[in-house]
Design a protein around this ligand. Structure first.
Ligand SMILES: [Zn+2]
Length: 130
């Protein structure tokens, strides 16, 4: 694990943030059935197998659901801003912020990294204009 001042309490997330520090998006992969999953777990949600590894996936997907946050919850995130549940082309859904123009359900999006001090960059998405 890279030595970040940023501390991740959940060890299941260490590989995710390690990859993020190299601007790679990684999700769990089941060697038994081939399913991908995120949030990481000690077993496969599809077959309950425990032979899991991590694989890099393309940061492309589609907006499954989206909302606009209008109430301040953090000094780092002045409202309004969008948060979306994105279905990655690899299968799993990821909850992340939307950068750039607003998104709607069904929009194609691609991964962008939000840089942070003393922590790996945070995944976000931006709309892909056709
Ligand atoms: Zn499986």
């Amino acid at each position: 694990m890279t030595d970040h001042a940023f501390k991740v309490e959940d060890p299941y997330l260490w590989p995710f943030w390690e990859a993020a520090s190299e601007r790679r998006l990684t999700v769990q992969h089941c060697r038994a059935c081939g399913a991908h999953q995120f949030y990481p777990r000690p077993f496969c949600l599809s077959c309950e197998g425990r032979d899991l590894d991590w694989v890099d996936v393309a940061g492309t997907g589609e907006v499954y659901s989206v909302t606009t946050v209008r109430i301040p919850v953090s000094d780092l995130l002045p409202p309004p801003y969008q948060v979306a549940l994105v279905t990655l082309d690899a299968g799993p859904r990821l909850l992340a912020g939307i950068d750039g123009p607003p998104c709607r359900i069904g929009d194609r999006v691609r991964l962008v990294w939000r840089e942070r001090e003393d922590a790996p960059p945070f995944p976000a998405f931006e709309r892909v204009t056709p």
